[in-house]
Design a binder for this molecule. Sequence first.
Ligand code: NI
Length: 176
Amino acid sequence: MSVLPIRIYPDPVLRVQCAPVEEFGADLQCLVMDMIETMHEAPGVGLAAPQVGVELRVAVVDATAGADPDGVRVLVNPRVIDSEGVDTDTEGCLSIPDFTEKVTRPARVRVAAADLEGSPFEMEAGELEARVIQHELDHLDGVLFVDRLRGLRRQRAKSFLRRLRAEEPAAASGGC
Ligand code: NI
């Protein structure tokens, strides 16, 4: 396993509409193991494949941030099939360092996905885990949490991103 470089805004890979996984094998397992290690090392509570430069619909989530080995969720080709409630809480993103803002999202979600072997499953999530899952699924469509802000929060994000674009860090290439 290895820790992969995390792509930072405005890296264009963060705006890609990622492709569904069609091959379930050793390459996918290797990618997911590396993504879990990268997420824990950061440390973060979620990571999507485009954040390590891979344009596939794969996300890992761990709302316990490594505290509980059973807390890791691997989501391949995930989609939200039901949601309820509304919740507003603070979010950040490993690809937008040093910026957090309050985001409003559904409070609970039901997700359909495949596991590493390609077997379909469904899961329900609430609280932080629901928020992280929705944040990571957005990444698979090239959507960042700052895109979900409105009003003054959006203005604050825009001026922060303008400064980040001005810095324009060199994009490192990831690999498995
Ligand atoms: Ni993110």
